[in-house]
Design a protein around this ligand. Structure first.
Ligand code: KG4
Ligand code: ZN
Length: 348
């Protein structure tokens, strides 16, 4: 019997739904919320409202696309309805994230599971980011290391099996995505600034300005010093030349990106050398960064390590990664009952 799961992701400002069958993603729909751009960051109340507006059409779209998969007999709304009747489980992101956003996805998932009389699967968002590496071929073999870099987390994860993941290093203050977004804000760029720094950095010289690399012991990270260094650097230079930022934007972005990437990869390198693990992955929104992807691949070539990077749509928040994790949880019989609640923070 095949296993079909509908998964919902709503932890922050993307509403997403995906359908997975026997470990293969059939559809993955993502509705981005542009409402936050004008505020310089995600406004939790607005995010919850946008999830409420998006969740039905996003799930409909995911079901309709999945119903078109080879082997399906009919198309359109009727096919989507039939597919929904045949799902074996409903999965949702339980934590971490914005509580109001998580609640929308969790409540919807519970209602669906109850009405369809199928099991409910609760997924940890950070575990799902790691398992995004198992969606497409080539896939890493266990054990592997994953550098998970998002807007709220920066971790090095030792992965022994799909459901046995151990954090062996993490940030002590800001996440790598925050370092990108806060730097972008200082440069007057809108939220989220990470992709914009990436864009401007392509035309810039990464060695033009030197920003400090923090000396943190072990496999942990710190980004707060970098943010302060950038603030002082910009204050000093704009005092001397008010047009400093606009005249040097590409070089500033390239230099900031270069430093964030070197902080990340130096720790990942240390983790590979200390554990002796030679299969390396990256995951999370920041793994969409072109500078990180290139430097990561080059590091792998240099040390003869195998490197894996998820496709762009599986790097930033998406329900396909929730579905992939749910697939393994289904196989392990790891279900929750209707009393399962989302939480903003969660250890794993
Ligand atoms: O994983 P994600 O989509 O959401 C969280 O779980 O946080 O990550 C969002 C973060 C934001 O900080 C965003 O600026 C960053 O990922 N990001 C990037 C790029 N694309 C997204 N940072 C640098 N370069 C990019 N191309
Ligand atoms: Zn995320």
């Amino acid at each position: 019997m095949s296993i079909t799961i509908l998964a919902i992701e709503s932890s922050c400002d993307e509403t997403s739904a995906a359908v997975i069958r026997d470990g293969a993603i059939l559809s993955n729909f993502i509705a981005n919320q542009t409402v936050h751009e004008q505020y310089g960051g995600v406004v939790p109340e607005l995010a919850s409202r946008a999830h409420m507006q998006n969740i039905v059409p996003v799930i409909q779209a995911a079901l309709q696309k999945a119903a078109l998969a080879p082997g399906s007999e009919s198309t359109g709304e009727a096919a989507a309805h039939m597919l929904l009747q045949s799902v074996n489980a409903i999965a949702f992101t339980q934590a971490p994230g914005l509580i109001g956003s998580l609640l929308v996805g969790a409540q919807f998932a519970k209602s669906l599971a109850l009405s369809l009389n199928v099991p409910l699967i609760a997924v940890h968002h950070m575990q799902a980011h790691v398992l995004a590496n198992l969606i497409e071929d080539p896939k890493p073999e266990f054990p592997f290391l994953c550098l998970t870099v998002s807007g709220g987390h920066t971790q090095i994860v030792l992965c022994e099996s799909p459901l046995s993941l151990k954090v062996i290093g993490e940030t002590m203050d800001d996440a790598a995505g925050e370092a990108f977004d806060k730097s972008a804000k200082l440069l007057g760029l809108p939220y989220p600034g990470g992709p914009l720094i990436d864009k401007y950095a392509r035309a810039g010289n990464p060695n033009r300005f030197k920003f400090p690399e923090p000396q943190i012991p072990g496999l942990n990270f710190s980004f707060s010093g970098l943010k302060t260094a950038i603030l002082y650097f910009l204050q000093e230079n704009t005092a001397a030349n008010p047009r400093f930022v606009e005249e040097n934007l590409a070089d500033i972005c390239a230099s900031i990106q270069h430093r964030i990437v070197s902080i990340l990869l130096n720790k990942l390198k240390a983790a590979a050398l200390t554990t002796g693990i030679d299969q390396l992955c990256i995951a999370g929104g920041v793994s969409a960064n072109s500078g990180l992807r290139q430097a990561f691949t080059e590091m792998g070539e240099k040390y003869k390590w195998k490197t894996f990077i998820p496709a762009f749509q599986y790097c930033t928040d998406n329900a396909a990664m929730i579905a992939m994790t749910a697939h393994y949880k289904y196989l392990a019989g790891d279900f929750v009952d209707l009393s399962a609640s989302p939480t903003a923070r969660a250890e794993w």
